[in-house]
Design a binder for this molecule. Sequence first.
Ligand code: 0X9
Ligand code: ZN
Length: 305
Amino acid sequence: STFYERYHSLEDIYIWINRTQQDNPDTVKVILIGSSFEKRPLYVLKLSVNNRPNKKAMWIDCGIHAREWISPAFCLWFVQYSLSFYQSNKDITNILDNMDVYILPVLNPDGYHYTWTTNRMWRKNRSTNMSTKCIGVDLNRNFDANWCTEGASDQPCTEIYCGAFPESEPETQAVADFLRSHKDIVQIYFSIHSYSQMLLFPYSCTLEEAENHSELLEMVKEAAGQIHRYYRNIYKYGPGANTIYLAPGGSDDWAYKLGIKYSFTFELQDRGRYGFLLPPSHISDACNEALLAVKTIALKVVEKT
Ligand code: 0X9
Ligand code: ZN
């Protein structure tokens, strides 16, 4: 199997980030956007193929939940694919000619490291708090979107603990600060999770419909259709609250409310057979499906502008 068909430790991913930048100095920039609770760096790769001014952008983050290993694997897959097939695949060429791509391969490095060393099923970050012996905040409940209402918990010992206040966690803050300062250029937001095979859009924090609901529904419907057509695999799609469950404080809803009108959460393979323990032999299928969905949606946004 190739490098991209295996899971990698955090240390290996840091080495990969560095090497990818060195091997592609004209296309790849590494941006330090902050650091984790345990002071690990949060690196974003910026893919940019020419210096056309006023280019729009797309954001992809992976690994917000520690145990969802297919997610960082997807971010690496996406970067590799983009760098390899720019100029030869017309879709990726069209996308990169029209927008820069910001990729955060591991949003929750402390949690990810912990799943490699101590507890494979860890979900949250690794922050501690004087008022409790329990460790970790669910970073996808820590954003400022109907924060800590139904679907999150104020109990530090639960898996869906929302934290002491919105953006209490350094990982959340780093992402939110970066997106706030780039909100005029970022058109599309993707957050990659597993498992359950779903293409979700806002809202998850309320049962209300997003302002451009029908446009978003059209996009994920087409993406799910493409996945079915090419890979014969079923993905559900729809607003998070109706399709998976009510869950406030998520990054997708927050990004949407910030003004990023094309905001999505993908839940990759599988539908529960292996769950978070998806075998490495399934990485290429899972990533190719998600890649097709990202391309389909990004092309639709490029078409509009
Ligand atoms: O609960 C979550 O955060 C996500 N599911 S997971 O099994 N990967 O934990 C779904 C997130 C959907 N979006 C929001 N809740 N905002
Ligand atoms: Zn998740």
